[in-house]
Design a protein. Structure first.
Length: 430
């Protein structure tokens, strides 16, 4: 049988798709692109915004409409956070929550035998342990996302994630070590540690994020270790100093800001203020040579005034983020913010997001221009016949004219130009 995945959302979802795909492959399934004909289509959903829910519904209906004889499965965060809405999506033949991803093969077999719609949505419980899940490869790539943490205890006022992911829980160091070794043996050269609240890895345990990085760095075949999205209030001076001891750790940090306005941060229940973020950013840049700091920014949260927005915009300019993921605030039912109402018109949210995007692009272009004529080690990830493409340790995308497949190799490259439209630097071998 042929199975196809369509994945929405974060790197954790991408890891979980790989996990489910490997379960199916071991059972004899052929995993193909969602653009191909398949017997089963699996939508791994995100629910962080209402737009994500909309995309989930659209794709579930599209797969059933185009492939009426195929089995359509809905999993991921949407069923977990909004089980009633997920059950009502009747085009999905099987609905399961992210807590039950490990049961996907059993549910497929049951459905093929009984031919009755199946719903399995189990709630996350406070005493849940980290689920037993591991992967051996990552879709034939040389960079793998590796989930080491799940859940979040922060309860930001706008966020549905605690409902869709449960409380913080962490992969054990022994399980992590075993998984890293398997990935390395199968040709993975770079590990990206990911989690729903990665900074909380090891909370309540006798290990920490530093230990996870150390385990990855100690695997000889792994050339690089990168961190996924982090929360600023967990990044202490001590943690920064600890992480700086690892030569394999890439100096690229995606640290969520959401707003540079203190009033808005308090309303969001973000547990830090702009001064705290400023100190952390300065500490990272003074500790890691060539560090990149990227972030997420939300516009139009609740009653964000023009002055609040301008304060946030000025802070973004001051920090000089190398890249900013910007999105308008999307109210999620069941959150604390949803009970306060949403007074900022949609058009204003989108206008403010466009302003942030424009300013962030200026900052990025200036940064990229500063990289020209500098030499970096590039780990190549893909070969395209007449050129090869990869990333520097601080995540500058680079392509080099080349007739040889150097995928998985690290080479010194001098940056010669930056194409803002494609957001890729062009380089030459040093």
């Amino acid at each position: 049988m042929r199975a196809a995945f369509y994945t929405l959302g974060c790197k954790v979802n991408q890891y979980e798709t790989e996990y489910m795909a490997e379960l199916l492959k071991r059972a004899g399934f052929e995993v193909v692109s969602h653009k191909e004909e398949a017997d089963i289509y699996i939508v791994n959903s995100c629910t962080v915004t209402s737009t994500a829910d909309q995309k989930t519904r659209q794709n579930i209906r599209k797969f059933k409409r185009k492939h009426p004889q195929s089995t359509v499965i809905l999993t991921g965060c949407m069923p977990q956070a909004f089980p009633k809405e997920a059950e009502e999506l009747i085009e999905a033949d099987i609905v399961l929550s992210n807590r039950s991803n490990g049961d996907i093969l059993d549910l497929i077999n049951r459905y093929n035998t009984e031919h009755n719609r199946l719903i399995k949505i189990e709630k996350h419980l406070p005493d849940d342990g980290f689920e037993k899940c591991e992967i051996e490869n990552f879709s034939e790539r040389i960079r793998a996302f590796l989930k080491i943490e799940d859940g979040c205890d922060r309860f930001c006022s706008y966020c549905i994630i605690p409902m869709s992911r449960g409380r913080v829980r962490s992969k054990s160091p022994d399980d992590l070590k075993r998984e890293v070794k398997k990935l390395a043996q199968n040709g993975i050269k770079e590990i990206v540690l990911v989690g729903i609240n990665l900074s909380s890895y090891g909370k309540g345990e006798d290990f920490s994020l530093t230990d996870a990085v150390r385990i990855c760095c100690e695997e000889e075949k792994i050339l690089r270790v990168r961190l996924g999205s982090l929360e600023p209030d967990h990044i202490t001076d001590e943690l920064i100093e600890e992480l700086s001891q690892f030569d394999k750790l890439c100096p690229q940090f995606h640290i969520s800001l959401q707003s540079g306005c203190d009033k808005t941060l308090k309303a969001m229940n973000r547990h830090y203020l702009s001064d705290d973020y400023r100190h952390m950013a300065n500490k990272i840049r003074s500790t890691f040579d060539g560090a990149q700091i990227t972030t997420d920014v939300m516009t139009g949260f609740n009653d964000e005034s023009e002055d609040d927005f301008n304060a946030s915009l000025e802070f973004i300019k001051e920090i000089g983020f190398e890249k900013v993921h910007t999105f308008p605030y999307s109210e999620r039912s069941g959150t604390a913010a949803s009970r306060r109402g949403d007074s900022v018109p949609k058009a204003v949210k989108e206008e403010r997001a466009a302003i942030v995007i424009k300013e962030a692009e200026k900052i990025r272009e200036k940064y990229m221009a500063s990289c020209i004529n500098k030499t970096y080690d590039v780990l190549f990830e893909s070969f395209h016949g007449d050129y090869i493409q990869g990333y520097t340790k601080n995540y500058i995308p680079v392509k080099v004219c080349c007739n040889s497949d150097l995928t998985g190799e690290e080479k010194a490259v001098t940056i010669k130009a930056y194409d803002s439209k494609s957001d890729i630097c062009k380089g030459e071998f040093a």
